[in-house]
Every structure is written in structure tokens, then in C-alpha cells.
Design a protein around this ligand. Sequence first.
Ligand SMILES: C[S@@+](CC[C@H](N)C(=O)[O-])C[C@H]1O[C@@H](n2cnc3c(N)ncnc32)[C@H](O)[C@@H]1O
Length: 273
Amino acid sequence: MKIITKPELQNLAIKYGVSYHETLLLLAHILKTEYSRLFFEKSYEISEDDYKNLHLFLSRRNEGEPISKILEKKEFYGFSFKTTKDTLDPRPETELLIDLFKKYHLYNSQNLQILDLGAGTGCIGITLLKLFSNTVCCFADISEKALSITRENATMHQVLDRSEFVLSDWFKNIHRNFDVIISNPPYVAANYELDRATLYDPKIALFAGSDGMDAYRSILPSASKYLKPAGLLLLEIGYDQAEKIKQISSDLKLLRMEKDLAGIRRACIFRLF
Ligand SMILES: C[S@@+](CC[C@H](N)C(=O)[O-])C[C@H]1O[C@@H](n2cnc3c(N)ncnc32)[C@H](O)[C@@H]1O
């Protein structure tokens, strides 16, 4: 065992070019304790192995790996989700889909059937299951590894009894109809240069053909076959895709496009009439 004092930890943070806040988050993770508890301590007792791990984590952070990937967790809509190299880290802009669902969802219906298409961590569907007790959710993803993380998160959030998991290339293995289909599909154009942090997300979660529209071209024309009458399709879109999405043929009516805080249209809602 060794003792590190607060000034020693601060020096370590400086050496690796990592903020003290993040260094303390990493230490709390390694010591399996609360950040708030460490914050008020003047020194920390740590084993040799954990000390080596702290150096390892700091050097990964120094190389640009997002802290969420190192800690394997990310907050979304106030809930914590496990995220790994096989899942996209939940993004704040995706919270817009939850707000949109809140505006349109049918509060009175029992067993509201949701399909979370391209579930990843499951952050969208699991958040809806947590917020609305009248919902059940089918999570679909083409990645087996991502879907196992979805299941872990559903278990952690105690919504497994209202969850179903389907390995599927979009609708291929989906054989029933839903009240709501909700999706944040990949929408980055193939030649788009990503920022460094995004390089740690799986490519299959990001890229969608030369113009970033491939996933919408798969989902939109088929979605009506998987919706109940008056069912809703909610989609997150890229910052420049609002007009392009209107060009894709579909039996659904576009009800609304929702803007993010920057005033950019980032989510749309369609209805089957
Ligand atoms: C942008 S991520 C969204 C993940 C999560 N829903 C979120 O909002 O954080 C897109 C997800 O779609 C999945 N995906 C990509 N291509 C797919 C396909 N053809 N069929 C089903 N899922 C697909 C990826 O594995 C990934 O988990």
C-alpha cells in the first residue's frame, strides 16, 4: 500500500495534462468509491496495482481517449449507462428525442410498444422505460456486442422485465408492429473528418454511406409496415440533413422537426395516418 497526498495527486494530474477533476474521477473509479468522498480527503491510500492503473488511465486520457470510455460509463437524461468500445457514447443531443417523445406520447395507453432501432447502450429505450411505466421496449441492433451492453444496462436499470432484444439489420428480424419506433441511426458521411474523441466510438455506429443518409433510406420507406395505426417514428438527424430527409419517400407524414439549443433541426417526428 502507498499513500498519495492531495498535492502529489495534483502534480500527477499536471504531469499527464489531465484536469484534477478528471484525475479524481479516475481515482474514485479505481478505488471503487465516491468522487465526493475523495474530494474532501487530504491523502489517499492506494495499492501498488491500483497506482499502476491510475498511471495507465491517465496516460490513456492524455492520448485523447474520452473519460467515458475509460470509466465505461456516461450520463444520459440523468441516468448512467455502461458504454464500451462496442457502443456509441450517449450524446446530449439525443436527449431531444426523449423530449419529443414526451410531447407526443400517449399517456393513457397501456403497454405502449416501443422499438429502439440501433439501440447501442440502450440509452433511449431504457430512459423511456424508466420515465414511463406504461411502456415496453424492443431493442434492436446489428451488433451482437452492442446488444449485450444494451441488456446489461437494462438489467442495471431494472427494466429487463419490460425489455426484448433482437439482433437485426434494421427491420429484418422484426415481425410485429409498434406504437413508437425511435432511432438515432448512424448519419455521418463516409469522408467526414471526425474529432479525436469520436474515433473511440465504433464505426458502425457512426457512418452511413457517402452522404450519411444510408440508414434513413433503409428505415423511412419501411417504417410504416412496423407501425400500428397512428404510430410514430422519431429520428435523430445530422446538423445538415433536415432537407435531405424530406426527399426520402415514405408513407408517413412529417409532423414536426425539433431544433436543438443551437437552433439546428436535430430530430423529426413522423406519423402513420
Ligand atoms: C448512432 S448509434 C446510436 C446508439 C444509441 N441508440 C444512442 O442513441 O446512443 C447507432 C446504432 O445503430 C446500430 N446499427 C448500425 N447499423 C445498423 C443496422 N443496419 N441495423 C441495426 N442497427 C444498426 C449501431 O450498432 C449503433 O449501435
